[in-house]
Write a protein that binds this ligand. Sequence first.
Ligand SMILES: Nc1ncnc2c1ncn2[C@@H]1O[C@H](COP(=O)(O)OP(=O)(O)OP(=O)(O)O)[C@@H](O)[C@H]1O
Length: 245
Amino acid sequence: MLSIENLSVKVEDKIVLKDINLNINIGEVHVLFGPNGAGKSTLINTIIGNPKYKVVEGSIYFKGRDITDMPIYERAKLGIGLAYQNPPGVPGVKLRDLLKIISKVKWEEIERMAEILNFKDFLDRDTNVGFSGGEVKRSEILQIFAQNPDFIMFDEPDSGVDVEKIKLLGRVINHLLDKDKKPADRKKSGLIITHMGHILEFINVDRAHVLYNGIIACSGGPEEMLNTIIKYGYERCIVCYQKRN
Ligand SMILES: Nc1ncnc2c1ncn2[C@@H]1O[C@H](COP(=O)(O)OP(=O)(O)OP(=O)(O)O)[C@@H](O)[C@H]1O
């Protein structure tokens, strides 16, 4: 579904990502760990096509097409979606109206998902205006559900979310990524950024990567990787990288 080859990215005048290679197949969900400032949000902003992030080398392919220079709206049309870490408030635009504009699914389905997310009362509020940290995350997930993309990126879907809602959001994300279907019926793929492992208890993740100082330092099984980070810290990932190179 998504293939990244030798990607280096500049933000302002700073090279933030260096020689990134990543493959995410149909039906797979990958998770991205890494310390603050490592470049995780930069990577997903580059995949979605945020023009602030300049590709200086390498290519991004989606569904076999080179999208490296494609504008953000074309990528969205092709089926890439992003649930933002800190989306802006949109004063004057009710969440209900925004959902109706962006929606590719029936309104009844959106209402059902809003009910599952315990978020129906928010449909008539201005989008993300005055929403708490956890409410913003549910708003983003409802918008992603409405857009129904094939490849979904979640930038810290668990930050600022209480323990009960983490379970709820984890289960909904697992559903949005088709992970509650049989492997042969899975059509979606995803990339999740998280600092905490708790949400991963509810999402069936295939592979994990550690982004460290702009490089993918380590890749492997999500559980083992998380346990290693908790036990030894991110420094251990650099040892893994040095052994490989
Ligand atoms: N618009 C920008 N202008 C200047 N520097 C930027 C910009 N966006 C990102 N950076 C820098 O790029 C580096 C990587 O930032 P990024 O947000 O990708 O990190 P991250 O791994 O997502 O961190 P966190 O876990 O704290 O969210 C940081 O040093 C950051 O300051």
